[in-house]
Design a binder for this molecule. Structure first.
Ligand SMILES: Cc1cc2nc3c(=O)[nH]c(=O)nc-3n(C[C@H](O)[C@H](O)[C@H](O)COP(=O)(O)O)c2cc1C
Length: 407
């Protein structure tokens, strides 16, 4: 048997190995920095916000099958890898409308962001700006287009719109976006009516949250979240401030079940800038939209929050890119929860991905710092995957490709 020769411990060496960092008093900051995945951040988020808020973000429609299918599709990805390429320099940037974006990961529009964390939309937009990414503000945002532009003027911003029952209402919101320097419009078309979200119904979600006896217990459990809610400005759909409508009236005015392709023509005539149609779920619609001259489409099922058991965007992606990829940019969203998921979608032909829940977990876990950590984690994995597949830039990622295994 081989034996190691023993010696007296080398004390100076031992001392040099000790990490002398004083434990931080900012416990949550430490937790955020130690989070290594988006799911780590989701776990922190779950502990910090009331159940009704976490469920609103994490939940989908009905049995939530669509969303688990989207996640499962990313699990089926298999990358192609080339060895012996010089990968000492990696460039994950792309160009969108003639301007560089540092990573093909963009921020989805999500309504009511200040409900998740009091700083809300401007905090997310600030992370987008710091990382040279694009932020999309929802029609249902808790920050108005003007407020966002005033607070984060340096952020590249797109505005998400629903065609409303009354064109005058749509025009007033479009004007706000135009006057506040929004570069492109995202028209969401998967919401002719609202999806049925069982978790929200069971939780009795109301916007703004109502104070009931159960709320008092909820406050006792997450006092900081509630303190932030009570000590910052009113939670409201900021683009409709002053409309004096109840929530039900507002929802009825915003979602128009009668919206048609012709409405898009009208929108093209009044907006005059780039339009990206979000919520496309089949090849025929994609072809028709490309023919109508839209600048891009987002293959999306609204993160499984609208039509349950619709098609999985990642599975639809290759045929749509093949059919219209030269005419319009094809983006994708839904269950992009890691840099590898983003890489997979881009390798399969997407121009870029949009993330929703990923950054919302970040903001719920730790405000702007949490969102910053989301981007750090996703960028780390995206670049690492590029190096390991031998793809040095996005053109090479797309040439290298990826596919879905059957099992
Ligand atoms: C809490 C929440 C609110 C959302 N609000 C909107 C919205 O106001 N408008 C919209 O077009 N999409 C909205 N979405 C859908 C996202 O833009 C995006 O399609 C979806 O989140 C992508 O899936 P992911 O969350 O897995 O990334 C919302 C999603 C979530 C999770």
């Amino acid at each position: 048997m081989i034996k190691s020769k023993r010696r007296f411990p080398d004390l100076p060496h031992l001392v040099s190995l000790i990490d002398w960092k004083i434990p931080s008093i900012h416990r949550n900051r430490t937790r955020i920095t130690r989070a290594m995945t988006i799911s780590d951040l989701a776990k922190i988020a779950k502990k910090r916000v009331p159940k009704v808020v976490f469920d609103y973000v994490e939940g989908s429609a009905l049995d939530e099958v669509s969303y688990s299918r989207s996640q499962a599709a990313f699990d089926r990805v298999e990358f192609t890898a080339h060895a012996l390429r010089d990968v000492s320099k990696i460039d994950p940037s792309i160009e969108i409308f003639g301007q560089k974006v540092d990573l093909p990961i963009l921020f989805s529009p999500t309504g009511y962001t200040r409900f998740m964390y009091h700083v809300g939309e401007p905090a997310v937009a600030n992370v987008a700006a710091k990382n040279n990414l694009i932020y999309s503000l929802s029609t249902m945002g808790t920050t108005s287009p003007k407020e966002l532009a005033d607070q984060v003027p340096q952020a590249r911003r797109w505005f998400q719109l629903y065609v409303m029952q009354n064109r005058k209402d749509s025009l007033s919101v479009i004007k706000q976006a135009k006057d506040s320097g929004f570069e492109a419009l995202i028209l969401t078309v998967d919401t002719p009516v609202s999806g049925i979200r069982i978790r929200d119904m069971k939780n009795g979600l109301t916007i703004p949250p109502r104070i009931r006896l159960s709320t008092v217990f909820a406050i006792a459990r997450k006092p900081i979240w509630w303190l932030n809610l009570f000590t910052t400005k009113k939670l409201e759909f900021a683009a409709f401030r002053g409309w004096n409508k109840t929530l039900v009236e507002l929802a009825a005015a915003i979602f128009d079940p009668a919206t048609k392709f012709e409405d898009l023509k009208w929108l093209q005539s009044v907006w005059g800038g780039p339009i990206i149609v979000k919520g496309v779920q089949n090849l025929e619609d994609a072809k028709r939209l490309a023919k109508m001259g839209v600048d891009g489409i987002i293959l999306s099922n609204h993160g499984g929050r609208q039509l349950e058991k619709g098609p999985v965007p990642l599975e639809l992606l290759p045929e749509v890119v093949k059919a219209i990829g030269k005419k319009a940019d094809v983006y994708i969203d839904g269950a992009v929860l890691s840099g590898q998921d983003a890489y997979a979608a881009v390798a399969m032909g997407a121009k870029a991905v949009f993330i929703g829940r990923a950054y919302l977990y970040g903001i719920m876990a730790g405000g702007e710092l949490g969102v910053e950590r989301v981007i750090e984690i996703m960028k780390r994995d995206f670049i690492n995957t590029m190096a390991l597949t031998g793809a040095r830039n996005i053109a090479e990622v797309q040439k290298t490709g990826a596919r879905l295994r059957n099992s």
